[in-house]
Design a protein around this ligand. Structure first.
Ligand code: KG4
Ligand code: ZN
Length: 348
């Protein structure tokens, strides 16, 4: 089935993403994305009920648009892949229902997809040379993981966040700074920080002096709040704008340095444990950040690894993520990537 066509459906959070992918080489033949930016913006976060309704309203049209973009009919498909977890249960169910309906109607194979695994594996699209094993840093709004991907479905967890994910810290800090935080506080903060002095605030590096490859971002977020209260209180004004930009830039310097430090440690370990390992993949929404890419590039170079960063459009949630093989399971709103791997902690 060299030219088998897979329809991928992703609805785990606030984006309805659909893509048509050619199975043999992962080429994206067509895609469509419906975002819910305007729906959740007034609420300061994703509201599951509203998200579910928006997915339900957008699903049929988004599937039709992706098929039209690819120039194929549903009857031409061979399989339909769908994110089944982790994510918001109500939202996952909308995608799964559509996938089941299409599978039944056109006799398609149904392929369940792990959301974070998909973030890791989209890197292989457009990078055919990327071979297992590779080190992968997954950084999104809900996840902050370092894993060695040894094969499809085979992961060793090196570290995860003890509290907030880095994308969540960006989103919360953006909100505290009065920036448009939904759905992408990270991009807003990155742009705002460009006008700030990253050295002005000496926020403490998270988990300083602690070994391992875990992450922590709750303390840094609190430091940002305290700095705003001390140096730039009240609503954003022209008068406190520079102080806010300095806080944003200082936050970003420390947040990214923490990613870099943990990734360097993981890279050193992974190179010893897996002599054939040659690549560092960074994926998830935060991988769109230019400073993140630059610092990870430096970390990779130290350990003679090639950095692979999927195109920004593939780093965020998208329908092309849903493209891999496994037998059917039901929706799994809480599905740790480590369920299916051999968890291994690094010596402290
Ligand atoms: O992977 P993603 O689209 O959704 C999931 O969380 O699964 O990631 C979204 C996260 C948000 O927290 C957003 O603020 C962050 O990625 N993000 C960024 C940037 N673009 C998106 N963070 C920092 N800098 C960016 N340029
Ligand atoms: Zn995601």
């Amino acid at each position: 089935l060299d030219d088998a066509l897979v329809l991928g459906i992703e609805s785990s959070c606030d984006d309805t993403g659909v893509a048509v992918v050619r199975a043999c080489d992962g080429a994206i033949l067509g895609q469509a994305l419906a975002t819910q930016v305007d729906i959740h913006a007034p609420w300061g976060g994703v509201v599951p009920n509203l998200a579910m309704e928006a997915h339900a309203a957008a699903m049929d049209g988004t599937v039709a648009a992706a098929l039209a973009d690819a120039g194929v009919a549903a009857a031409d498909l061979h399989a339909v892949a769908v994110t089944v977890g982790p994510g918001l249960a109500l939202c996952l169910q909308v995608g799964v229902r559509k996938a089941r309906q299409l599978a039944a109607e056109h006799a398609l194979q149904l392929v369940p997809v792990h959301h974070m695994e998909a973030h890791a594996l989209v890197a292989r699209m457009g990078n055919p040379r990327l071979a297992f094993p590779f080190l992968c840093l997954l950084v999104s709004g809900g996840h902050n993981l370092l894993v060695v991907a040894e094969g499809v479905g085979r992961y060793s967890l090196l570290g995860a966040t003890l509290d907030d994910a880095v994308g969540e810290a960006y989103d919360k800090s953006a909100r505290l700074l009065g920036l448009p935080a939904d759905p992408n506080g990270g991009a807003a903060l990155e742009a705002f920080a460009a006008g700030g002095d990253p050295a002005r605030f000496a926020f403490s590096p998270p988990l300083r002096g602690r070994g391992g490859c875990n992450f922590s971002y709750a303390g840094l977020k609190t430091a940002v709040r305290l700095a705003i209260e001390a140096e730039a209180p009240g609503p954003p004004t022209d008068a406190n704008r520079q102080a806010r930009a300095d806080i944003a830039a200082s936050f970003q310097r420390v947040a990214v340095a923490h990613l870099e430090e943990r990734t360097r440690r993981a890279a050193g370990w992974a190179r010893e444990a897996h002599p054939r390992l040659r690549h560092l993949v960074v994926s998830g929404g935060v991988a769109a950040n230019a400073l993140v890419r630059a610092r990870l590039q430096a970390a990779a170079a130290t350990h003679a690894l090639e950095l692979v960063a999927p195109l920004p459009a593939l780093c965020t949630d998208n329908g092309a993520m849903a493209d891999r093989d496994e037998e059917w399971v039901d929706v799994r709103p809480r599905w740790p990537l480590t369920d299916r791997c051999d968890p291994r902690s690094l010596p402290e």
